[in-house]
Design a protein. Structure first.
Length: 198
């Protein structure tokens, strides 16, 4: 259960960063828009692992001999991409406090249902890969997906609540930490199958 919670927290960090950023950069963001966005983020984070598991289950038997390498590769890729993206943002904006303007701000406008759905989809793509990795190593998807979706909902609500006080930089640190956690879990899966003795 601890590993699943860590995976859920790691996957939720993209959505958390969007929540923190939106709260920090949008004056008078209505609570109903925050809740709608958190609900959308949680729903897509629930849906994507299930979809990934279904896609991966068709291949599970064919790749049984290398399933641990695939799970490691997917988790390392997802985690590495999350951490590298946050580091890149810090390089471009060292203070971590500059808010987007113009067209970039419109892409994060949570008052728009279309934008909210697009962001929910974009921040949950990583969960699709995790669902595939669950499938190839023979883990079920439904109960982990429920945990991932619920954790994401709660984390996003927390992100909105603290975003104005903590500022945008917190979201970037969270993305780096979440990415590293996913890489570490992938490495542990690989190590278990290669009998590293951990």
């Amino acid at each position: 259960m601890t590993e699943l919670l860590l995976i859920a927290l790691g996957l939720s960090m993209d959505a958390f960063a969007v929540s923190v950023s939106s709260a920090a950069c949008t004056k008078h963001l209505p609570k109903r828009h925050m809740f709608r966005a958190a609900l959308a983020f949680g729903f897509f984070q629930f849906l994507m692992p299930v979809a990934g598991w279904l896609a991966g289950s068709t291949l599970a038997r064919a790749i049984a001999s290398i399933d641990h390498w695939i799970a490691f590769g997917l988790l390392a890729f997802v985690g590495g991409k999350m951490a590298a993206g946050a580091v890149r943002e810090f390089r471009d904006d060292p203070s971590g406090e500059t808010c987007p303007t113009g067209a970039e701000a419109a892409k994060r406008d949570l008052s728009s249902k279309r934008v909210t759905l697009a962001l929910a989809f974009a921040t949950s793509i990583d969960a699709l890969a995790v669902g595939v990795s669950f499938s190839v190593i023979g883990k079920p998807a439904l109960s982990p997906a429920i945990v991932i979706g619920t954790v994401t909902l709660a984390v996003c609500l927390g992100g909105f609540a603290i975003g104005r006080r903590a500022g945008k930089a917190l979201g970037r640190y969270a993305e780096i930490a979440g990415g590293l956690v996913l890489v570490a879990i992938g490495a542990r899966i690989l190590c278990e199958h290669l009998a590293c003795g951990l």
